[in-house]
Design a protein around this ligand. Structure first.
Ligand code: GLN
Length: 200
């Protein structure tokens, strides 16, 4: 714990770590990268970035991070996962590679690469009631969608066709898209709010 300045870790096993570090610093957090269990114990909140969920899964096991992460999330560590990060937070992963595991924590089923290869990446304006204000410019890159939402999980955003792309329950927040690449700060701010509420 670090006084008034929340200390946020970005899981740095693989993926777009730098963009999250930049946004979190912009928002006034003390930011560090997390690769080892000891580093995890020093943070008040955690971002799991996009990248390749099967690789992050494998590396987390190789680095002895899987169980510490599962425990920290279960004990209420505020966590925000984007894209591959959302896949890793899902209790159920659809279209995972053989043997692929997630950390879990969020009672949802998430399908990897749900938009297929023709639509590898795209942008969409999303209205998020919880934020009000201007729409979120959401960038989707080989993105997953949430196909089942468990009891108590709040849907924060859907595409025009109703597919669920942002969810939250308690300390766990996940988006299919990458706000960090379009200078959208409100999801990271939400994580920081959760962290401050837990520290006070
Ligand atoms: N398709 C990737 C996966 O399965 C996620 C892509 C991303 O994080 N941008 O992990």
């Amino acid at each position: 714990m670090a006084g008034d300045t929340p200390r946020i870790g970005v899981l740095a096993l693989q993926g777009d770590v730098r963009e999250h570090v930049r946004i979190l610093r912009l928002l006034g957090a003390a930011v560090c990268t997390v690769r080892r269990p000891a580093e995890l114990t020093e943070v008040d909140g955690l971002v799991i970035p996009g990248g390749e969920s099967s690789v992050i899964d494998k590396l987390s096991r190789a680095f002895g991070m899987r169980e510490p992460l599962r425990r920290a999330i279960a004990e209420g560590l505020p966590v925000y996962g984007t894209c591959a990060g959302l896949i890793l937070l899902a209790d159920e992963v659809l279209d995972g590679l053989p043997g692929q595991q997630s950390f879990g924590g969020l009672d949802v089923a998430v399908r990897r690469n749900a938009f297929g290869s023709q639509l590898d990446s795209f942008e969409s304006d999303l209205y998020v009631d919880a934020f009000g204000g201007p729409p979120v410019k959401a960038v989707f890159i080989r993105a997953p969608v949430v196909e089942r939402v468990g009891a108590g999980v709040e849907i924060l955003a859907t595409l025009d066709d109703g597919r669920v792309v942002a969810v939250e329950r308690g300390n766990v927040l996940g988006t299919s898209f990458h706000p960090e690449v379009s200078d959208e700060t409100r999801f990271h701010e939400r994580l920081l709010e959760r962290v401050r509420a837990r520290l006070n």
